[in-house]
Design a protein around this ligand. Structure first.
Ligand code: DGI
Ligand code: FE
Ligand code: FE
Length: 190
């Protein structure tokens, strides 16, 4: 799928604010890929598509997860805020014919992260948090870290997200803890 095609598809599927967020993630992901040595075109495409099903009803997201042979049903026992990530990958694979595993995995893990993320997975996870439209507390620190070290920035994001979820007494999906543990102490290796 070409980037222009992905852009016009999400234009139809997302409200304006979310559409602009997706353009921001796509562009930021492209820059991070160039900076840290990943495939720029894949990063831009994954960024463009990452939130494609964000506004599908929960019932539809649940179906996409349940009907996919390789996507864990464990997501369904956690916050419905997580569902659009694996469901989005199932949707782009089935409906838009995207076959590239790297892109599909980057979409699946863009919300939770996981242990042993690939460079592209880290880039989409991070671009989602630091694209120029974001302005929550601490985002500047993560942007700063992302100038030098991919792992340091991803670690900082995971720490902030987990801390925020704990503060709110929310559940934390296990992969998010695994991603955090995986990067403790490895922040200087890029
Ligand atoms: O879709 P976006 O709003 O662009 O960003 P996202 O996909 O990262 O966000 C989904 C929300 O899910 C985010 O506000 C944090 C929340 N969330 C709920 N449970 C978890 C979680 N995030 C992580 N990483 N892990 C969780 O267990
Ligand atoms: Fe998302
Ligand atoms: Fe997003």
């Amino acid at each position: 799928m070409k980037i222009e095609e992905a852009q016009s598809t999400i234009r139809e599927m997302l409200p304006d604010k979310r559409y602009r967020h997706s353009l921001g993630v796509s562009e930021t992901a492209g820059k991070l890929a160039a900076r840290f040595g990943a495939d720029v075109d894949k990063a831009r495409l994954a960024g463009m598509l990452h939130d494609i099903v964000k506004y599908f009803p929960d019932k539809k997201l649940k179906q996409l997860i349940e009907q996919h042979p390789n996507i864990s049903n464990e997501y369904l026992s956690y916050s419905n805020n997580l569902w659009h990530a694996p469901a989005g990958a199932a949707y782009v694979e089935q409906t838009l014919g995207v076959k590239d595993r790297d892109i599909l995995n980057a979409i699946i893990y863009h919300t939770t992260g996981k242990k042993d993320m690939t460079r592209l997975e880290k880039i989409i996870f991070l671009a989602d948090y630091i694209e120029p439209g974001r302005d929550f507390p601490g985002v500047e620190d993560v942007r700063k870290a992302a100038e030098n070290s991919l792992d340091e920035a991803v670690f900082e994001e995971l720490w902030r997200t987990i801390t925020h979820l704990l503060d709110q007494h929310q559940r934390v999906y296990p992969d998010t803890f695994f991603a955090y543990n995986d990067l403790v102490g490895s922040q200087n290796n890029q």
